[in-house]
Design a protein around this ligand. Structure first.
Ligand SMILES: Cc1ncc(COP(=O)(O)O)c(C=O)c1O
Length: 353
């Protein structure tokens, strides 16, 4: 067998980011630096498990907890194995083979992979100079653009939120499904999830991998009006969310104090980290999230490799169009930011010799 035996739409796919980690400080994944979610950890400690039974088919317990949190109904929600599974389900549900799926550039690299899995045609639209939406270009014209359109807000890797009026204009003008990927919305203290019933075409995707500090348990969900949620639940792989992760997520939803503490910490540390980066010669972009994208003062590969040698991982975006020579790092606690920026200073000092 060679790769020509693969379906044409997935033939060029390659494996995802998979760094050698060891004991390195991970500032490359935008997860919560305060450590494992405490309520979820407590739930897991006391768990008695029946391994022989299937989990609840559509994670009703978690969907009820989310309905309480956002003032919606259980039937507004779809839950599953990370928001990546939710995105995959949405593209599978709404993309005809060959249909154009609109994705902003730069944004989350997995979107193009998911469009390929659904045999869609990737329609990439550049963000403006300040990484905002180009509304007219996103909406486009005619049949060619009527499939799924996605917008991550705050955007990854740029960190900023899109303007609410632009999001709403796109929702009004795009004839197909619009996904708002809110993986980092807790940090921006801004979500459209409670408004899903007001729109015919809006799906809001969210995750337990970031502010909720549970990436290892793979829990994500999306919300939409009742008709769209029913379509998605009928396509989603049944049982994809195991009961261990579901129970931990329910416990985590009920501990909003931890989320507040996590978000407050980032709000306090983000401007300090940004200031320190500027002092070192980086050019950081404004962020509403728990990470910062910044142009490196030296070659991005030298920065990334220099930090790796010092046991600190940040993410390299320097070879990609629109983020030339940029790196992206998680906002840490004061202590973690010091370890990271000390290592950066060390790399810069070595490079200047
Ligand atoms: C914008 C965005 N959406 C979705 C995800 C995936 O989240 P999950 O871990 O729930 O699959 C990520 C993860 O990095 C992300 O950055």
């Amino acid at each position: 067998m060679d790769r020509s035996s693969m379906r044409r739409s997935v033939r060029d796919l390659t494996m995802y980011y998979n760094p050698k980690v060891g004991s390195a400080l991970r500032m490359d994944t935008n997860t919560n630096v305060l450590g494992s979610n405490p309520a979820a950890s407590e739930y897991l400690k006391n768990l008695k498990l029946d391994l022989n039974g299937y989990p609840n088919t559509y994670s009703d317990g978690l969907r009820d907890a989310l309905a309480d949190l956002y003032g919606l109904k259980r039937e507004n929600f779809v839950a599953g194995n990370g928001s990546d599974e939710m995105l995959n389900t949405i593209y599978t549900t709404f993309t005809e083979p060959g249909a154009s799926c609109t994705v902003p550039v730069p944004s989350y690299s997995l979107y193009s992979y998911l469009v390929s899995l659904a045999s869609g045609k990737l329609r990439e639209v550049d963000l403006t100079e300040d990484f905002q939406l180009d509304v007219d270009a996103m909406v486009g014209k005619g049949e060619e653009t009527n499939s799924v359109l996605i917008m991550p807000t705050p955007n990854n890797p740029t960190g900023n939120c899109f303007r609410q009026k632009d999001i709403e204009e796109i929702l009004a003008k795009h004839p197909g499904i619009v996904i708002l990927d809110e993986a980092y919305s807790e940090y921006a203290r801004n979500t459209m999830i409670s408004k899903v019933d007001e729109f015919d075409n809006l799906i809001v995707c969210k995750t337990f991998s970031k502010a909720y500090a549970m990436a290892n348990l793979r829990v994500g969900y999306c919300a939409s009006n009742l008709k769209v949620a029913d379509m998605l639940n009928s396509v989603k792989v049944p049982y994809s969310l195991n009961s261990v992760s579901e129970g931990a997520a329910i416990a985590a939803v009920k501990d909003q104090d931890f989320i507040k503490r996590s978000v407050d910490m980032v709000s306090e540390q983000r401007p300090r980290l940004s200031k320190k980066l500027k002092e070192m010669g980086f050019e950081p972009y404004p962020s509403d999230s728990n990470f910062i994208l910044a142009k490196s003062p030296i070659d991005h590969v030298k920065m990334i490799e220099g930090l790796e040698k010092r046991n600190v991982l940040i993410r390299d975006f320097g070879s990609k169009r629109r983020t030339e020579n940029c790196v992206r790092m998680t906002v840490g606690t004061e202590e973690l930011n010091k370890i990271m920026t000390d290592a950066m200073e060390d790399v810069l000092a070595e490079e200047k010799i």
